[in-house]
Design a protein around this ligand. Structure first.
Ligand SMILES: Nc1ncnc2c1ncn2[C@@H]1O[C@H](COP(=O)(O)OP(=O)(O)OP(=O)(O)O)[C@@H](O)[C@H]1O
Ligand SMILES: [Mg+2]
Length: 728
């Protein structure tokens, strides 16, 4: 299987890693460093990424972009008030998109900048491993929202990488620390990087990684410390020379570089020199700036910023329902945790020495590589509970499960969809919230249930009911339903829904079972949908009979009643072909008397679905989204094809009777069963063997299906189930 690399796409630095012989390793870039600065320079002729770009930033600040991660997935209107906070010019693109304007006036999307960083990492990995790389697990801050995650995925795509998974950074760090060792402990991941700070509390149990809570500050990082030191330097330059360096972008780039360098140096020495020769100039000539920076001076300077680290820790512990003494290990992640004062504060707060077993710069990328190894099958499965362990959705009428959030979606996430009622004057819908992988609602786990009342009485399919699922970064699920006409809404909050699947075996079992039952489930779902459609015919005919009364031609009335009877039987017997045949006739009658139908009924009868993605909830289904329409069309085509095939077979047979010499001709064993003949009497219809396929949905009957193969009464042409999932 192709190798999947792990990428920590950082605000300041990015790291790429892979798994070899079951162990994750970071890959050095051509400059020999494991950290590639997330900096890109766009000159008129070339794009430079990484270390070289970072160096060129000093001489060519206008063409360079750093800290692009801060702008990923942002709307211009979101950032228009804080554009000065970005180290590049942010402008408004189409559709309120935030874009970067380079010195030359060229405009570039944040995704494209990230894509250049990713492409560079991909190249680094390809050169190092000597193979083509097309798949990656990419990490994102736990707090990234949908738009930011989507932007990251787009960037990956632009870089020729399929982002197999967007993994939350703290989870990745925890993986690097805990994967492969059997443990049962609660840890805190304290990630203080270049742009963001986040702290997460995780429960590790063998190979289950459950995120209990996560908290942080998206605008707290090493950059802020640099900025603080830069302000100090600029003030001193102004005092000493009377010249304000902040107006000179090249001087500012040099000051930034010097400040960041000094900041890093005093993490390992107690005092360092900052030297900026020729930093400003006036008519009398150039001016130089030098100063000694002592560690304690720096700490005094930045302590108010560092103080902001504590509150998120308190909040995270509280959100996890714990107290600080329950935290058994604290992992330090991110370059800024190398600051001795930060480590000291962590120690003071958590009352224990932080764990230094993983490299703070590499932990996130190593964890991403581990996840990549798991996904490409080279490492044993781990269960990450910061993704939805199983699909979440609701029950539709007909007992079909409709997932809104699919399994393994990274949280936080949200999804909404429109549904409708399926019986006239339905004023209440039951929202049955389920978790699982089976299409049969009853086979999944119910996690909540509520009713939305107060829907105005209307013909079926007219109400529009919006159902929204939302899972926040702490795994709290909120389900809300709203009737769009009346504005009535209600909802429910489910905390710790993930724990329902916290037993790894249980989650895996659910997936395996769903795979095994996929064919039967598919049949169930399709038939449930099919039956709904069938019921619409009946409903329309009923209305025609009611509305038309004596003006319906007697012969037609008889045909209606008779065909409805046959149709009923076919529905009960789950005889798709019988249903299709009856429906063809019913449609003719509906067409003839369509003037007696309300507009809505006529639409329903013709399956001319409303453009809104409506689906019926509870009592009776009426899925009306495009997928369903397409699926129905397919079913219908299949049924028509079966009728046609049968007619062809019949005429062939007739020809055969006339010309007995046509040897070997005749319906094949797999051909569709004969269609209902008009003259066939009821008893005959009852006697006829019906497809037994629908019985296979029951678990206890499944082995029979698996072992004995398809019963001769089952005709796959009637159902055309999808191919079984690979490996089953
Ligand atoms: N020895 C050090 N002492 C102090 N700060 C350091 C040290 N080494 C690196 N840093 C700082 O760490 C920051 C970069 O950390 P890191 O590479 O973990 O961030 P990132 O992953 O790019 O950012 P984020 O996680 O916020 O997206 C920079 O601000 C850098 O100056
Ligand atoms: Mg980071």
């Amino acid at each position: 299987m192709a190798r999947t690399i792990g990428i920590d796409l950082g605000t300041t630095n990015s790291v790429v890693a892979f798994v070899e012989n079951g162990r994750p390793e970071t890959i050095p870039n051509p400059e020999g460093s494991k950290l590639t600065p997330s900096v890109v320079i766009y000159t008129a002729t070339e794009t430079v990424v990484g270390e070289l770009a970072k160096r060129q930033l000093v001489t060519n600040p206008g063409d360079g972009v750093r800290s692009i991660k801060r702008l990923m997935g942002k709307r211009f209107s979101e950032v228009s008030g804080i554009v000065e906070d970005f180290p590049y010019k942010v402008v408004e693109g189409d559709d309120d998109r935030a874009e970067v304007e380079l010195g030359r006036g060229a405009v570039i999307a944040p995704e494209a900048v990230s894509a250049d960083v990713l492409a560079r990492l991909r190249q680094t990995a390809e050169d190092y491993l000597g193979e083509e790389i097309t798949q990656a697990v990419i990490t994102v801050p736990a707090y990234f929202n949908d738009a930011q995650r989507t932007a990251t995925k787009i960037a990956a795509e632009m870089a020729g990488l399929e982002a197999l998974r967007l993994l939350n950074e703290p989870t990745a760090a925890a993986l690097a620390y805990g994967a492969g060792r059997s443990n049962d402990e609660i840890i805190a991941v304290f990630d203080f990087g270049g742009g963001t700070f986040d702290v997460s509390i995780l429960q590790l149990r063998d190979d289950i990684f459950e995120v209990l809570s996560t908290c942080g500050d998206t605008h707290l990082g090493g950059d802020d410390l640099d900025l603080r030191l830069m302000t100090e330097i600029c003030d001193e330059i102004l005092q000493q020379t009377g010249i304000d360096p902040t107006q000179d972008s090249q001087a500012m780039a040099r000051i930034h570089e010097a400040a960041e360098k000094a900041k890093r140096e005093i993490s390992s020495v107690t005092s360092t020199e900052i030297s900026l020769p020729f930093i400003v100039a006036d008519s009398k000539g150039p001016k130089h700036y030098t100063r000694t920076l002592k560690r304690e001076d720096f700490v005094t300077m930045v302590q108010p910023i560092l103080d902001r680290l504590i509150e998120p820790c308190e909040q995270a512990i509280k959100d996890a329902g714990l107290t600080v003494d329950k935290i058994q290990n604290v992992l330090l992640v991110g370059g800024s945790t190398r600051i001795p004062r930060v480590a000291e504060m962590v120690k003071d707060y958590f009352k224990r020495e932080p764990n230094r077993s993983v490299n703070p710069d590499e932990a996130v990328a190593l964890g991403a590589a581990i996840q990549g190894g798991v996904m490409s099958g080279s490492l044993a499965e781990v269960l990450l509970l910061d993704v939805t362990p199983l699909s979440l959705g609701i029950e539709l009428a007909g007992g079909v499960f409709k997932p809104l959030i699919s399994r393994n979606s990274s949280i936080p996430c949200e999804a909404s969809r429109k549904f409708t009622t399926v019986v006239d004057n339905q004023t209440v819908v039951l929202v049955n919230v389920l978790q699982g992988e089976r299409k049969i609602a009853a086979e999944n786990r119910q996690i909540a249930q509520f009713r939305l009342t107060g829907i105005p009485a209307m013909p079926r399919e007219l109400p529009e009911i919006m159902v929204r699922f939302q899972i926040d970064a702490n795994g709290i699920l909120e389900v809300a339903a709203m009737d769009l006409t009346s504005g009535q809404q209600t909802g429910i909050v489910v905390e710790g829904y993930g724990q329902l699947a916290a037993d790894k075996r249980e989650a895996q079992k659910a997936v395996v079972e769903a795979e095994k039952a996929a064919i039967a489930d598919e049949m169930f779902a399709r038939f449930a949908e099919r039956r709904t459609r069938a019921e619409r015919f009946q409903n329309s005919i009923q209305r025609i009979i009611e509305a038309g009364g004596s003006s319906i031609i007697e012969e037609d009335l008889k045909a209606m009643k008779e065909t409805m009877f046959r149709h009923d039987l076919a529905i009960n017997d789950r005889d798709e072909l019988g249903m299709a045949t009856a429906e063809e006739r019913l449609q003719e009658l509906i067409d003839k008397y369509s003037s007696y139908l309300a507009v809505n009924d006529a639409l329903g009868a013709q399956f001319d679905f409303k453009p809104a993605a409506n689906e019926g909830i509870a009592t009776h289904p009426s899925m009306t989204d495009d997928d369903f329409a397409a699926e129905m069309k397919r079913l219908e085509d299949e049924a028509h094809a079966a009728v046609a095939a049968n007619q062809a077979a019949k005429s062939e047979k007739a020809a055969e009777t006339q010309q007995p010499t046509a040897a070997g001709a005749g319906p094949g064993g797999g051909a569709a069963p004969p269609p209902l003949e008009e003259e066939e009497d009821e008893d005959e219809m009852k006697k006829r063997k019906r497809p037994k396929a629908m019985k296979l949905i029951r678990d206890d009957e499944k082995p029979k299906f698996m072992e004995e193969g398809i019963d001769s009464g089952f005709d796959p042409a009637n159902f055309a189930p999808p191919p079984p999932p690979p490996g089953s």
